[in-house]
Design a protein around this ligand. Structure first.
Ligand SMILES: [Mg+2]
Length: 372
């Protein structure tokens, strides 16, 4: 099988709630870039990356789109099922830039699994259980607004809430208190600062919330600063932004720096390396959340398949980003029910992209033809 065409499309994904705020910045939506890889076998693979602005991760839409124009010509004519080789081809052509490689790598895995006649979860080694638990983020706002948001998410069936903190630690404590008061004992609470605090802020927050049961996530940005907080913290501790490479994960393991990690597919350049990190985390005795920086149905499908191929006893939860937006980019994504997400059972990602919504490609390269 040969890659004969690579095209990319742009799609704006507005937040249903109007805006989303974390790390003290507000965005009204995400800018998605969708990659289609066509083959001489008539199969097409799809991938997506949708960064949150430019502040949330290394990824931003303009960078992704510029980078795709560099990588796409390198892959034409190659066999898309050689996922590991093609990851090295991309590395040889472009240093780093994992966000650019992500939608291509996801599309290659979609093709690999379709060619094998397997849903992606099965192609990744097998599905453990039928559904993965979902968390829902409570966008940072005034404490009383966050209480109302949390109530809405609980009414929608979510049983795991991630309270966005990382602001003034005493206001953050009030945010958590209000959400905790209505959540009840069957609801798991995470406090995610997205690296927004100093270690001093984090210690003040821990002191102000002594009586509450929650998991602390990524209080500070710098690894060493998180380590200081971790050593003073009796609560379960998760690192997300700090888990951005295999080297970082090895260090987290060696330092005992966390009880759990978040593996964001786009930080690892797609499924190929995110899977490697996920497996190392599992074998290191860490809890794992597999997710991404955002995106609609195409990204959510990759997240669902990877999550369900993670051993259930090590799987924390994941996120149904596609339900955060007022625009869909694919049909065929199965329902989210009772606060849990199922992965499609058709071969590959198992989604049917709604191509008519994408408009003309922002770039397209054809084997033997012209591109740009
Ligand atoms: Mg996080």
């Amino acid at each position: 099988m040969k890659i004969t065409r690579i095209a990319a499309y742009g799609l704006e994904l507005p937040f249903k709630e109007g805006s989303y705020r974390c790390r003290n910045r507000t965005e009204t939506g995400q800018t998605s870039t969708i990659v289609e890889i066509g083959t001489d076998a008539g199969l097409a693979g799809w991938g997506e990356i949708a960064p949150l602005g430019a502040f949330y991760s290394e990824a931003f839409a303009g960078g992704v789109r510029a980078g795709l124009g560099v990588l796409a010509p390198e892959l034409l004519g190659r066999d898309p099922r050689e996922v590991q080789r093609l990851a090295r081809v991309m590395d040889a052509a472009m240093y780093g830039q994992m966000d650019v490689k992500t939608p291509i790598d996801i599309a290659l895995w979609d093709l690999f699994a379709q060619a094998a006649g397997l849903p992606l979860a099965e192609a990744l080694g097998g599905r453990d259980g039928h559904a993965v638990a979902l968390y829902r983020s409570v966008s940072q706002d005034r404490p009383e607004v966050m209480e109302r948001t949390a109530r809405r998410h609980l009414d929608d069936g979510y049983r795991r809430l991630q309270v966005k903190v990382g602001d003034d630690p005493l206001v953050d404590a009030e945010r958590l208190e209000r959400v905790a008061a209505l959540a009840g004992p069957d609801v798991a609470l995470y406090c995610d600062a997205n690296g927004g605090w100093t270690s001093q802020d984090a210690l003040r927050f821990l002191d102000a919330t002594r009586g509450l049961d929650y998991v602390l996530e990524q209080p500070c940005l710098a690894y060493e600063e998180n380590l200081r907080v971790r050593r003073a913290c009796a609560r379960p501790f998760v690192l997300d932004e700090s888990c951005d490479s295999l080297d970082a994960l090895v260090r987290i393991r060696a330092d005992g720096a966390a009880d759990g990690v978040t593996v964001k597919i786009s930080r690892f350049g797609g499924v190929t390396r995110a899977r490697r990190a996920r497996d190392l985390a599992v074998d290191s005795g860490l809890m794992v959340t597999v997710e991404c920086v955002g995106g609609a149905e195409i990204a959510s499908s990759a997240i669902a398949h990877m999550s369900l191929s993670t051993p259930a006893e090590r799987r924390t939860h994941t996120v149904d980003f596609h339900n955060w937006f007022s625009v869909s980019n694919a049909a065929g994504f199965p329902d989210v029910r009772d606060g849990a997400m199922r992965a499609p059972t058709a071969a590959g990602l198992g989604v049917v992209p709604l191509k008519e919504r994408f408009g003309p490609p922002i770039l397209a390269f054809d084997l033997g033809g012209h591109g740009g």
